[in-house]
Design a protein. Structure first.
Length: 215
């Protein structure tokens, strides 16, 4: 092989990708690798190889591997927000059942998107200094907080339940069940003698009854 042949081959390989397609290919490759090895189980070069691009290609789209993982997490939160909004459905037919659906949507997202979910709530996202990622995460929690405000307003008079506390409790219950019993690429699923959704439903019924849910 003559000197420079490899570089020329890489250029030919790169010509097959539109700018946006190459970025998308890297994100999808990262998701596959996360599913197989976890968010910290592969290198930037391995992501490039899995995407079918040259080793230099990722640097044209992401500052480093941390930025690639932040993009995976950001997209996950955007999708997650959409699912929570659809589940809440502006509190129809009543705020309590709609609020329970938000918890169900939490588990459904974790089950359907384990690689994205693991990245969103894993150390890689926590280390990322990415304003867009933080904003996306805040929007997801904002759906739950808005729902909690409506739920608290519908409680019997005299009931004092801070909406932020209710939103945080619901997030923690849903996340705990998802992490323990649905599993992620980075952790083993614990055995459970019932579906995780049934466990969440029971927990939310007890919680909302404790808050004073009518009926």
């Amino acid at each position: 092989m003559r000197f420079g042949d490899k570089a020329a081959g890489e250029k030919d390989q790169e010509r097959g990708y539109h700018h946006g397609n190459r970025r998308e290919a890297l994100v999808q490759a990262a998701l596959r690798l996360i599913a197989e090895r976890g968010a910290d189980g592969f290198t930037f070069a391995e992501a490039a190889r899995a995407a079918g691009v040259s080793p230099a290609a990722p640097y044209r789209h992401f500052r480093d591997q941390q930025a690639l993982l932040a993009e995976v997490a950001r997209r996950g939160f955007e999708q997650f927000t959409g699912q929570l909004e659809r589940a809440w459905a502006d509190g129809r037919p009543d705020p309590f059942s709609a609020f329970q659906r938000c918890g169900e949507a939490y588990l459904a997202f974790a089950r359907a998107n384990p690689a994205a979910y693991a990245t969103m709530f894993g150390p890689a996202a926590a280390r990322a200094e990415d304003a867009e990622l933080r904003a996306a995460a805040d929007r997801a929690f904002g759906v739950l907080r808005k729902a909690a405000e409506v739920v608290c307003a519908a409680l019997p008079p005299g009931t004092k339940a801070p909406p932020l506390m209710v939103a945080l409790h619901t997030w923690a219950i849903s996340h705990g069940i998802a992490a323990l019993f649905i599993g992620t690429p980075e952790g083993a699923r614990r055995p459970l003698p019932m579906p995780p959704e049934q466990l969440l439903e029971a927990a939310m019924l007890v919680y909302l009854k404790g808050l004073g849910r009518p009926g």
